[in-house]
Design a protein around this ligand. Structure first.
Ligand code: HEC
Length: 471
């Protein structure tokens, strides 16, 4: 198959096309129009991206109408009528279908209609001639013209399928599905076997920030977006490679995508500081919660799916009740000085409501999700263990499927580090520890503090520790 040959470029990095892409995407509009004309790039397109692109793009073209390509957006879809007639908003079908009557509009279907302010912006832009000042050549990639790489791209995220046979890896504008070589565990470590790229899942968004296989392994959820423009959640059918959902929302890329244990709901975090969930089939928003003060970077559900944990740049790790969308608790201490820097990653033990977090302080930590003692000011009572500090910032943490190992990766000065720890310590809270953490921190004696320190590092074992060089 040509697929494999083409993707050899991905790994080897030969062509120079990406350079022209980059110049294109960062090129500024040199047209310094003095008037106050409406800009398609900065005013109209973001509205359409947030409300319409999910159903009207290359992969999902409802009504045979593709809005991600400018010519197609003007032309319209299966009706045969032009969607936009430059200069004439009254004759433009796009305006007609978005105009609400009695609080509902034809487009977007089953959703809040565009506000009259937003609709006025689009109408005015059409009136002024529907000019295109959008210079980014994004989203023109497809299976027929896939992205080509001139150098190794940054891999932001990867995930194994539940049965361990597939590895999903982020690229530029796409996710690669790699069939893991069956003899990988016997591979010569000097010459790692990559396996065969079986599918390239090419979507709307340039940047992929997170991906996760569904619990049954049949779907892959992907989060990302175009920075500063729109965020997107994609759901792909792993077997066919079809895009089954594209939900665009927010004005920036999305982070920390994950599945509820029953596979019906997808959670993720936004740079607008909200934590959200959507229905994995319809894309309908289910949970919207604003307890964080900064970007929400990663999410994980409790074992039974009734609670959701989120971590963020605001250094906090929060517990939310899924049914009521209510903030329940700060799992980690929020006392200034206890956590140093933002938290980037969270994963859960496969069978217990315990989590591992990692972030800017370089120390992976294990916490229980549900507190056993009353919250007292300044406590860090849910802390189970602190693992040895890694160089730099922890970027990702993961618990093995058998619950016996914890792996964490960090980076510092262009170098990567991977540590594997045992998760085979006793995670219960002994009565003496319970008594100490029930006290206000300032009233704990020196001996009590020492006992606590000794407890959170007890039986911690680092199994391996590797340095990963670049290139
Ligand atoms: C949830 C999916 C969905 C979203 C979101 C959506 N559409 Fe549609 N759109 C459809 C479907 C389905 C059709 C096909 C006609 C129908 O069934 O109503 C359609 C048809 C259209 C058509 C007619 C195309 C033609 O010529 O036949 C226009 C114009 C249109 N949509 C504009 C928009 C705009 C503008 C937005 C955003 C404000 C939007 N749509 C958001 C699903 C969607």
């Amino acid at each position: 198959m040509g697929l494999v040959n083409q993707t050899a470029l991905f790994w080897l990095g030969v062509a120079l096309i990406i350079t022209s892409l980059q110049t294109g995407s960062f090129g500024q509009d040199s047209n310094s129009e003095p008037s106050e004309k409406i800009s398609f790039a900065t005013q109209v397109r973001p509205l359409l991206a947030a409300n319409c692109f999910g159903c009207h793009q290359g992969k999902i073209d409802r009504g045979k109408y593709v809005m991600t390509n400018f010519t197609g957006m003007l032309a319209g879809g299966e009706s045969g009528e032009p969607a936009i007639v430059p200069g004439k908003p009254q004759e433009s079908r796009l305006i007609a279908v978005c105009t609400s009557q009695d609080g509902t509009a034809e487009m977007p279907p089953n959703a809040e209609p565009l506000s009259s302010k937003d609709l006025d912006i689009i109408s005015q832009w059409i009136k002024e001639g529907a000019l295109n000042d959008y210079l980014k050549p994004t989203s023109n990639f497809s299976n027929e013209s896939p992205p080509v790489y001139s150098r190794l791209p940054m891999v932001t995220t990867l995930d194994f399928s539940p049965d361990g046979t597939l590895l999903a890896v982020s690229g530029f504008h796409e996710v690669l599905l790699i069939k893991v070589a069956s003899n990988w565990d016997k591979a010569d470590t000097e010459q790692p076997i990559l396996g065969e790229i079986t599918k390239r899942l090419i979507g709307l968004s340039s940047r992929i920030d997170g991906l996760k296989f569904s619990p049954d392994g049949k779907h892959l959820a992907v989060c990302g977006g175009n920075p500063g423009e729109h965020g997107e959640i994609q759901v792909w059918n792993v077997e066919t490679g079809d895009l089954t959902l594209s939900k665009t929302l927010s004005f920036d890329t999305l982070y920390g995508v994950n599945w509820s244990p029953d596979g019906t709901t997808i959670s993720f975090g936004c740079t607008d500081t909200t934590l959200r969930t959507i229905n994995a089939t319809t894309g309908e928003q289910q949970l919207f919660q604003g307890a964080h003060d900064d970007w929400v970077r990663d999410t994980v559900f409790s074992k039974d799916g009734t609670k959701l944990v989120s971590v963020g740049r605001d250094m906090s790790c929060k517990l939310t009740d899924v049914a009521t969308q209510r903030f329940m608790d700060n799992i980690t201490s929020i006392t200034p000085g206890v956590l140093k820097g933002g938290i980037a990653a969270v994963d859960r033990h496969p069978t217990r409501d315990e989590i591992v977090i990692g972030g800017a302080d370089g120390i992976p930590k294990v916490y229980r999700m549900n507190r056993l003692t009353k919250r007292v000011i300044g406590d860090d009572a849910n802390l189970i263990r602190e693992l040895p500090k890694m160089p730099g910032r922890v970027q990702s943490v993961v618990v093995s499927t058998d619950g016996k190992r914890i792996a964490a990766v960090s980076s510092l000065d262009g170098q990567g580090f991977l540590s594997v720890y045992s998760y085979e310590f006793d995670t219960s809270q002994p009565p003496n520890i319970k008594a100490i953490v029930s006290k206000v921190v300032t009233s704990q004696s020196k001996e009590e503090k020492d006992t606590l320190r000794a407890h959170v590092t007890k039986n911690v074992k680092q199994i391996s520790d590797s340095k990963i060089d670049t290139g």
